[in-house]
Design a protein around this ligand. Structure first.
Ligand SMILES: *Cc1c(COP(=O)(O)O)cnc(C)c1O
Length: 422
């Protein structure tokens, strides 16, 4: 009925083989499928469910909001309160709500182009910013050259306005700005990449990006759709900018701040955000933007996302990282566990993984065997070796123990698949 049987490609298990599970319900750290199987959830809806599924206080807030109607197309109090919560945790002065992370990055880029009067965009290979045409570009031939379409359907002219560079490579950035500096509207990066697995920036890398942009009159856009309110209370920015004393010009948010609903946002410097319609000339709009149910769910989630939540997730992450590393070492499977705040992933390759080329050296057959052995043992991992593993405040001792019990067998399955491949 729908292409590939799914409404977003990674759900289809193409990278690991087998049949996707149809989930009927979820509670706390657990997913239940239509066949009556339960799984410890290590994807958490790909990030959003920071508090776990069906948190009673979030459910109650949603139910109360629904009782007052579901959409008005007018300003509401909840959206102002959610904006205040975001401004309190991040360095943005002002925010505009949209309905998906894709819309947030697309709008941020339009605003950057409108503000600077320039066209070119820089992004990094392996960073994902949603399915925005301009950001589905691949590197052209040679460094600092203009991009080519990353998928059929993206025009050569659109991709040709994007420069795709290797992550963590300062020289490539310096060269791109030297060559195209006066035409570059913005550089967009994940605050700490999580969409090729977790690849932390080298020390000072984001500060370097911010400074290089400033030197050339370009805007620095930090995409925190995944890391925002998850990597730390202040997102990925909490790991560097908050400590080092700099801030991005624009930021994008989604996932956790929607509390499991389609809500996202972009925000940033007051002078840049005031260029947005209706205050300024850069057009941007949305029928369901700031939807009252979505903003209520996001607000309830952020208000419950206290320091205790982050320290709990941190502790659980430490336990699982250690156990996964130990199990893979014992089975002789090359791997690298990398983390940024509470976010982490397990690469099936020797580390360190510094960029997309390193991440691409993974043994995906070993991961597929590992994934299915974990699934059979009741643990739902991301069905791709290129994804972060997500935890929540609801991952309690029973959930963690289920993961720990599953790891040694899965590591042996990975070892067997890896030697078959050789
Ligand atoms: C998920 C994600 C997006 C896209 O968000 P959607 O809501 O899926 O459109 C953008 N940027 C990053 C860093 C993401 O992780």
């Amino acid at each position: 009925m729908t292409p590939g049987g799914v409404n977003s490609p990674v759900r289809a298990f193409s990278a690991v083989g087998g049949t996707p599970r149809f989930i009927r319900s979820a509670r706390g750290a657990w997913l239940s499928d239509v066949d009556g199987n339960d799984y410890v959830d290590l994807i958490c809806s790909w990030g959003p469910m920071l508090l776990g599924h069906a948190h009673p206080d979030v459910q109650a807030a949603i139910a109360e909001a629904v009782s007052r109607g579901t959409s008005y197309g007018t300003p509401t109090e909840a959206e102002v309160e959610l904006a205040e919560e975001i401004v309190a945790r991040t360095p943005v002065d002002r925010v505009r709500f949209v309905s998906s992370g894709t819309e947030a990055t697309m709008s941020a880029i339009r605003l950057a182009r409108g503000f600077t009067g320039r066209d070119l965009v820089i992004k990094f290979a392996g960073c994902y910013h949603g399915h925005v045409d301009a950001l589905l570009a691949s590197a052209g031939s040679g460094l600092a050259t203009l991009g080519v379409p990353g998928t059929p359907g993206v025009s050569a002219s659109t991709a040709g306005e994007t420069i795709v560079l290797p992550y963590n490579d300062r020289e490539a950035i310096t060269r791109a700005f030297a060559e195209h500096g006066s035409r570059i509207a913005c550089l967009i990066t994940e605050a700490t990449p999580g969409n090729m697995g977790v690849v932390p920036p080298t020390a000072g890398f984001n500060a370097f990006l911010a400074q290089t942009c400033r030197d050339h009159g370009a805007l620095f856009i930090s995409d925190e759709v995944m890391t925002g309110f998850r990597a730390t209370r202040e997102g990925g920015w909490g790991l560097d900018g908050a400590v080092e004393g700099w801030r991005p010009d624009l930021m994008t948010f989604g996932k956790v701040m929607g509390g499991g609903f389609p809500a996202a946002a972009f925000g940033g410097r007051r002078d840049v955000m005031s260029r947005l319609s209706p205050e300024g000339p850069v057009y941007q709009a949305g029928t369901l933007s700031g939807n009252p149910i979505a903003t209520t769910a996001g607000l309830a989630t952020l208000r419950l996302a206290t320091d205790d939540v982050y320290s709990h997730i941190d502790a659980v992450a430490t336990t699982i990282k250690q156990a996964a590393g130990d199990a893979l070492s014992a089975a002789g499977v090359p791997h690298a566990v990398q983390a940024a705040g509470t976010m982490f992933s397990v690469f099936f390759a020797e580390g360190p993984v510094r960029d997309f080329a390193d991440a691409s050296a993974q043994d995906t057959a070993a991961y597929a065997a590992f994934f299915h052995a974990m699934l059979d043992a009741g643990v739902y991992l991301p069905p791709s070796a290129y994804e972060a593993w997500f935890l929540s405040a609801a991952h309690d001792d029973r959930a963690v123990q289920t993961v720990l019990d599953a790891l040694p067998g899965a590591a042996r399955a990975a070892a067997a698949a890896s030697s078959e491949g050789r």
